[in-house]
Design a protein. Structure first.
Length: 478
């Protein structure tokens, strides 16, 4: 064995690098193994920073600014003339943002004394890791305290729409289009499909989203998902539910997609097709047959509530394990595991993990939906308040959507919150904090919210749970 560390982290994405940094802060000797090559260079940050969260948000922001300049400024009395988009410049800006952030992570590892091993890592028995560098050199590394598996996930490919370079693409390919496709198909109306569809729709694509499920965004409260579908459809996304893709064929650069819905077999033609049907844990070459680590039938590593595997001293976090595939979940799991390894007590409240879809308006939620609470046998009371009567939203000409609360009718305790509207991803944190402190709806009702702010809609939604909203006419509750 040529190298020995207290902790070896396999994976340099959000979960892995945060685990490595926190472990180093706690005085442990740490190595972080990352295999990713991005734009020809070794790169930390995982899917999120390189080909996921960050580049997609850069394109979402650029495309929103273009669309707003083209369609949304006249109402303010601003005339800009012809508006055009330089896709090459937009992509260059996206790449610069990615480079800045991934470079920053490299500096964080260096500054914390963490050894970055560039290549692949495979877990062997007895907390040993087989490391293969990019140049083919191999080494066996011993972790004296723990190994943290943080290899992340990869897009799911489907046989009926095999990837074909620059025509049928996954989420990574959809971030790299060099021109705006005239007709764009998206398989999957989940978070990724809606965000990528929104980017190219704003830039001029005719976008059709094919979703096999009969329901739209089923993880949301039905009232919120209905509002989201209405808004996104009005923006130009054609969302076809109950549309199961059965095949695809490329002829002369045109993709013909065959799908089945309640009316029978249909076809649609596109210039580009994005496959966005979800992600799967990346277990390829991660676990040696002798590692002893258990996985379920879908390839997820089996862990307890504190991310321990069945092998002592081996932990797994992030997209490799149960729960939503979210960078912030992975980050907190990484910190939790590092603290456990160092002998501290740590635990995550999985009931307060926030979900966000970065369309415009954004869609965000935390806690239980009304349907989930009812299914759990809880008697609920609900309230919502629209942004269309919020002064700040109207002044900004951005008054779509609403805030919604779900509470326990007997105890008044807050159960869940959802927001669809401008800055929903930031606003929903108010609900997350309230849930973390076991707040009641009355707690929110008694607080003073600044005027004029978007957050006043949070206050009004809390008041509306008990029929007390000031800026809405509500029926008297019995």
């Amino acid at each position: 064995m040529s190298q020995e560390f207290d902790v070896v982290v396999i994976g340099g994405g959000p979960g892995g690098y945060e685990a490595a940094i926190r472990a180093a802060q706690l005085g442990l000797k740490v190595a972080c193994i990352e295999k990713r090559i991005h734009n020809g260079k070794p790169s930390l940050g995982g899917t999120c920073l390189n080909v996921g969260c960050i580049p997609s948000k850069a394109l979402l922001d650029s495309s929103h600014r273009y669309h707003d300049a083209k369609e949304g400024l006249a109402v303010h009395g601003i005339t800009v003339g012809d508006v055009s988009i330089d896709i090459a410049q937009m992509q260059s800006r996206k790449d610069a943002v990615v480079s800045q952030l991934t470079g920053g992570v490299a500096q964080l590892l260096k500054g914390n004394g963490i050894v970055w091993l560039q290549g692949t890592g495979t877990l062997l028995a007895n907390k040993q890791v087989q490391f293969v560098a990019h140049d083919g050199a191999t080494d066996t590394i011993q972790a004296t305290k723990a190994v943290i598996l943080a290899a992340g996930s990869a897009p799911i490919n489907i046989p009926v729409a095999p990837l074909t370079e620059d025509i049928i693409v996954d989420s990574t390919g959809a971030l790299a289009f060099s021109e705006v496709p005239k007709r764009l198909g998206v398989i999957g109306a989940g978070v990724i499909g809606l965000e990528l569809g929104s980017v190219w729709s704003r830039l001029g694509s005719e976008v059709v989203v094919l979703e096999a499920l009969d329901s739209f965004l089923p993880m949301l409260d039905k009232l919120v998902s209905k509002e989201a579908q209405k808004i996104l459809t009005k923006q130009g996304l054609e969302i076809r539910l109950g549309a199961k893709v059965t095949g695809s064929q490329i002829n002369n650069g045109v993709v013909t997609v065959t799908y089945q819905d309640k009316e029978g077999e249909k076809t649609a033609e596109f210039d580009k097709l994005i496959v966005a049907v979800g992600r799967k844990p990346y277990a390829q070459a991660l676990l040696d047959a002798n590692s002893g680590v258990s996985q379920d039938e879908r390839g997820f590593v089996i862990v307890d509530k504190q991310c321990r595997t069945n092998v002592e001293g081996v932990y797994a976090i992030g997209d490799l394990v149960r729960g939503p595939m979210l960078a912030h979940k992975a980050m907190e799991e990484g910190v939790m595991v590092a603290e456990l390894i160092a002998g501290h007590y740590a635990q995550i409240n999985y009931d307060t993990i926030i979900g966000v879809i970065y369309t415009h308006p954004e869609i965000a939620w935390v806690g239980k939906t009304e349907e989930q609470a009812v299914a759990a046998g809880i008697e609920v009371k609900t309230g919502q308040f629209p942004f269309q009567v919020n002064g700040r939203a109207l002044a900004a000409n951005d008054a779509q959507g609403l805030v919604r609360f779900v509470a326990d009718a007997k105890t008044d305790r807050l159960l869940g919150m959802a927001v669809i509207g401008s800055n929903a991803g930031d606003m929903v944190h108010q609900g997350m904090i309230a849930l973390e402190f076991a707040a009641s709806i009355e707690d929110l009702q008694l607080m003073t919210f600044a005027h004029p702010t978007l957050s006043e809609a949070v206050h009004e939604a809390a008041l509306s749970v008990d029929g007390r909203a000031i800026h809405a006419i509500q029926r008297k509750r019995k």
